[in-house]
Design a protein around this ligand. Structure first.
Ligand SMILES: Cc1cc2nc3c(=O)[nH]c(=O)nc-3n(C[C@H](O)[C@H](O)[C@H](O)COP(=O)(O)O)c2cc1C
Length: 174
């Protein structure tokens, strides 16, 4: 079973990356949890290039990585009251190919604006948003130390563990 973490921030010491690493640490050993490093390697989406014979190689890698995952965690900041362009761009590349179809997705740290926007985009792509696996980490940025480790209250730690259990059940279709 594979779970893929997707960060909407490319920042070196990103708090959203830290949130994904925190859930990665809690993931049971028999599950392969990976954080994608391909989002910033993607070209700008262009429908002219969204064709088998001209599809950019980094898009093929991105699609394969998504296709191989059974479920996803998205941790995404808000930029100017919207989804960061780089993240929307990455999603635009899989609208036609459908790697996210019927797959469970949970949000970590999405603001109401980002959550609403991404939910619409992902629902159009037939992904399954799992509200009960989503965890809202308030003031996330203040909870990351200089080494990029997330320090959260017991309650949030517990919520992340519960989230993983829900995600695993969703992947199994229960
Ligand atoms: C260009 C830019 C625009 C931002 N716009 C908003 C915003 O509209 N609303 C908000 O709450 N935070 C906004 N922020 C703050 C980010 O969401 C915040 O810094 C977040 O921690 C970034 O995530 P990261 O730590 O993973 O990089 C903005 C930050 C940047 C760099």
């Amino acid at each position: 079973m594979k779970i893929l973490g997707l960060s909407g921030s490319l920042r070196q010491s990103s708090s959203n990356m830290a949130a994904l690493r925190a859930i990665e640490k809690l993931t049971p050993k028999n599950i392969d949890f990976k954080i994608s490093i391909h989002i910033d390697q993607l070209p700008h989406f262009n429908p002219d290039l969204d064709k088998e014979d001209v599809l950019p190689s980094n898009v093929k890698i991105w699609r394969k990585e998504l296709a191989e995952a059974n479920g996803y965690y998205i941790s995404c900041p808000e930029y100017a009251h919207g989804v960061p362009g780089v993240f929307k761009n990455a999603l635009d590349w899989v609208v036609s190919s459908g790697e996210l179809m019927n797959k469970p997705i949970a949000f970590l740290n999405a603001s109401p604006i980002v959550k609403a926007s991404l939910s619409k985009t992902l629902t159009v792509m037939s992904a399954r948003i799992i509200e009960t696996a989503s965890v809202d980490i308030q003031f996330l940025r203040n909870k990351v130390d200089k080494e990029g480790n997330l320090h959260v209250e017991e309650e949030i730690s517990h919520a992340l563990e519960t989230s993983l259990q829900v995600m695993i059940r969703e992947i199994h279709g229960k």
